[in-house]
Ligand binder design. Structure first.
Ligand code: AHM
Ligand code: MG
Length: 328
């Protein structure tokens, strides 16, 4: 059952936000690309899309076939949009120039959580839209804008249901894909409660974390008898889209902290494709997002594929962990 008497379609929601038509067209094309990806994800082996691609991306990660397919779909769909000047993708070495007259830049992780593709667990596409800061052809430096400058951000979760979660800077809205291929508004103004009793972290990295993170997690695990005085549940899907979606639906905190496995990688997640759009969604829903030292949205990006530590979700938890880093 829809949450209103009359279904609200995505295009009606965009119109109701009095968006410039250009950004409406950009979002419509992003969603069209995600629908095409969704069809491939749904068919899996039947579409021959499972397994390794046999290639690696610039960040040295092995690509799945579906990483490459999803990236190609988005690049091909979006570079035709007259309002997009350039694209940046987790799977591309450098930015991709589109239409010099376009007013916007689109950044995306085409298939987040790709270790889950072959085992039929939720994956998603994450996107972020920035305004091109000058006239003429896009340049690499144009993409290096703080998260606070985002014009739109969201994700499509290819899960039990396919859902689009979107912010345009006035709250967070969730849409569910119907059987006619339309996204219908199903949740409005999502809210992340300030307190949490559920955390998400890859515990297998415990020995690699910095001391404040180990202490914080020890306190959560101690439950009622520890300093936090309550029991915590834990989840780890290994798809950031699914973890953020759970937090937007029922609260909690998600962490991919800095660790000592590889000194060249301060955190696993990427600032421009994952951390910024997800941080904007979470803060628009009343939560917090930090790299443990500063608000993620205020980090000045230095490079397109920059990695960052990520702690996001319930305000109280993000504050407790940030305080421990400050005190260390
Ligand atoms: P990906 O974009 O290559 O899929 O990597 C990002 C994913 C996130 O979705 C998830 O939070 C994390 O990597 C899982 O990492 P791990 O393999 O350590 O569990
Ligand atoms: Mg990713």
């Amino acid at each position: 059952m829809a949450h209103t008497e009359f279904p609200v379609f995505l295009n009606e929601h965009l119109r109701a936000n009095a968006l410039p038509v250009e950004i409406g067209a950009v979002l419509t094309d992003i969603v069209a690309g995600c629908l095409a990806i969704s069809k491939k994800v749904r068919l899996g082996a039947l579409a021959g899309v499972l397994g390794e691609a046999g290639s690696g991306n610039i960040q040295g990660e092995a690509q799945k076939k579906l990483d490459v397919i999803a990236n190609d779909i988005l690049v091909e769909t979006l570079r035709r949009c007259p309002h997009i000047a350039g694209l940046a993708s987790e799977e591309e070495d450098d930015f991709v120039a589109a239409n010099a007259a376009g007013e916007y830049l689109v950044l995306f992780d085409p298939l987040d959580g790709s270790s889950n593709i072959d085992v039929n667990i939720s994956v998603g596409t994450i996107f972020s839209v920035l305004r091109k800061p000058h006239d003429g052809a896009a340049q690499s430096a144009d993409f290096l804008q703080c998260g606070t400058a985002q014009m739109a951000a969201g994700y499509v979760l290819y899960g039990v249901q396919t859902q689009l979660v979107l912010t345009l800077g006035h709250g967070v809205f969730a849409f569910t894909l119907d059987d006619q291929g339309q996204f219908i508004l199903t949740r409005s103004r999502l809210n992340v409660p300030a307190a949490a009793a559920e955390f998400a972290i890859n515990m297998s990295n415990y020995r690699h974390w910095e001391e404040p993170v180990r202490v914080y997690i020890d306190e959560l695990l101690a439950g009622e008898s520890g300093v936090r005085g309550k029991n915590y549940n834990m989840r780890w899907v290994a798809s950031m889209v699914a973890e953020v979606h759970r937090i937007l639906m029922r609260g909690g905190v998600f962490m991919y902290p800095k660790d000592a496995r590889d000194p060249s990688k301060p955190g696993k997640l990427r600032l421009m494709y994952e951390a910024n759009p997800m941080s904007w969604l979470i803060t628009q829903a009343g939560g917090a997002a930090s790299d443990a030292r500063q608000a993620i949205l205020t980090i000045q990006p230095q490079s397109l594929h920059q990695r960052v530590a990520v702690i996001l979700g319930a305000q109280e938890e993000v504050t407790v962990l940030a305080d421990k880093h400050r005190a260390a």
